[in-house]
Structures are given as structure tokens and as C-alpha cells.
Design a protein around this ligand. Sequence first.
Ligand code: DAH
Length: 340
Amino acid sequence: MLEKLEQIRLAAQQALLKAESPQELEALQLSLLGRSGQLTEILRTMGKLQKDERAKVGQAANKVKRELEAAIAERTTQLSELQKAQRLAQERLDITEPGKVLRPRGRLHPMTKTYREIRDALIGMGFITFDGPEVELDENNFTLVNMPPDHSARDMQDTFYINDRVVLRTHTTPCEVRALKTLKPPFRVVVPGRCFRVDEVDASHSPIFMQMEGLVVDRNITMADLKGTLDTFVHAVFGEDVKTRLRPSYFPFTEPSGEMDISCTICKGKGCRVCKGTGWLEILGCGVTNPHEIENCGLDPHEWSAFAFGLGVDRVTSLKYGITDIRLEYENDARFLRQF
Ligand code: DAH
């Protein structure tokens, strides 16, 4: 009996060392101490022993039982600690890892950026945004901005006609008419918009293009107001170092009219291919609004005066980013747009 006990003890200790999980230990415990376990069997058969032998074996068996119980319990704790540590290591989440990119991030079109920069600089000077339709009355597009039907300046703009009275607007200037007719002066508006002209597509022409119009209506407007406003937004878009100059020009809707140049963004005014050696780049048309236009829109030109300007958002964007082909700005090739 005692020998058998010793065998059970040794075998159990071996098994204990080999066990790799709390589940295995539980099975071991059952096979030793369960209802039909090896030790249990011995304890059960003890009744058949002699009295003095029974005491000896009983003591020994109980000792083995306690020893094994304690060993199994200790090993179980050990193994479950280990298992927990492994699980924690496995399930560890690195919350500093960058997330999965499910959809590439969108970005603003360079023309939208340019427009917003100009707009925001103007809003800082009290302008509000204003809007007008792309399909426009001939009357607003031409006649009321001082280009009546027989006016030679109409030839400057090859027009898409919808019918005798309706055109695709050739510039954002008709929005001046809409603003003058609906807003109560004094006011300042900035109007972005798509415009259309019959043009072959090439590196510098597109039949669809983006313009931006500005109009300031107040009493006693002068060219100085115009120049100060233009200088402010040009510097906001191109930086403080850029120089500006106003040249006389002609537009039917302004008198006097001018064109604003900025010092070449490529050569900084020294003269290069982009500025054709002049050191200057034209960026917009402008002027003091022709009193005819103010009167055509129902305001008294003796009381109200105005200045206006119009620019090609595509052109200003080209100059700002050094884009040499206008088509890139309208074709929306993602490889091009991703660069901004
Ligand atoms: N509408 C002109 C164009 O498309 C641009 C322009 C010039 C607008 C002078 C103006 C202005 O308001 O005063 O070429």
C-alpha cells in the first residue's frame, strides 16, 4: 500500500510538471482525487486493512493527498497567470498606430483655394458674397453694362446664344446689374462664377472658365479706393513682397478703366519667358463704374458711384502656382489635383 502511494505521488508529480494548462491540471486532479481517482480508491479500500496498518496508510495517504492538492493548486495559479499574460500580449492594441485609410482624403481644387483667399481678404474689408445665373439675359450680360446691341465691344466676347434674348454669360459682370438692382447701396459684393465663350481649347483658352467680380457702391468713390482694395487682396494672395501697378485700359462698363499687373511671380520682376521679359503679369481688369451702368440699373449716378473689377480665377491660380496649361485646371485629373 505504502509503495503504491509513493508510486502515485511520483507519477503525479511528473504529470504535474508536464501539464501545460489549467484544463490538464483539472483532469489530473480528477484522476487522482476525483470520485474514482487513484487516491480516492486507496482511501476507500483502507477499511479492509488491519487497524494499525490502517492508521499508518491513512496518515500517509492523507499526507500525499494534501501535498498533491497543494501542488496542483499552486501550479494552476501559475498556469492561469501565464495564460492571462499571453492573452494580454496577444490582444494588445497599439492605439498609436495610424488607422486604415478607407477612402483617400479629399482636397480643395487650386482654383477654389485661390477664390477663397481672395474672397476672405475681401470679406475682411466688408464685402459680402453674391451670386448670379450662368444662363443670363443678353440685356444683363451686355446692354445694361453699357454694351448695347450695336456696340463694337460685343465682338470682344464670342458668345454662346441660347436665343435672341438669352446667352451663356460671357463674364461675371452681369452680376453687377443684379446686385445694383436688388441690394440697397452702399454695398460691396464679391461674385464668383463660371463663364462661357466660344473658344478653341488650348493651353491658354477654355470655352468654360472661372471669373470673379467685385463691385463697391458708395458715395464719392475714387480710383484710390479701387487701388487700395486691389492692393490688399493681391498681397493676401501673392504675399507682401509682390508689387502692383495700374495701367490705363478700356472696358465699356468702367470709365476710367484700368488693368492691374503684378511683378512677375517667377522672375520677381527681372524679366523672363513667363512675363515676356517685361517683369509684369496682368491679373485683372477694373475701373470706376460707368455712370450709364448705374443709371441703367435704376440708381442716381449723381448720388451713387462705384468701382468694379473682374479677374480670371484660372489665370490668377496659374500665376500663383506656376501652372503653364489652363487645361490642367479644368480637366480634373486626380494626379494633377493631388499636388495641391
Ligand atoms: N468683364 C471683364 C472681362 O470679362 C473683366 C472686367 C474688367 C470686369 C473691368 C470689371 C471691370 O468689373 O471693371 O474681361
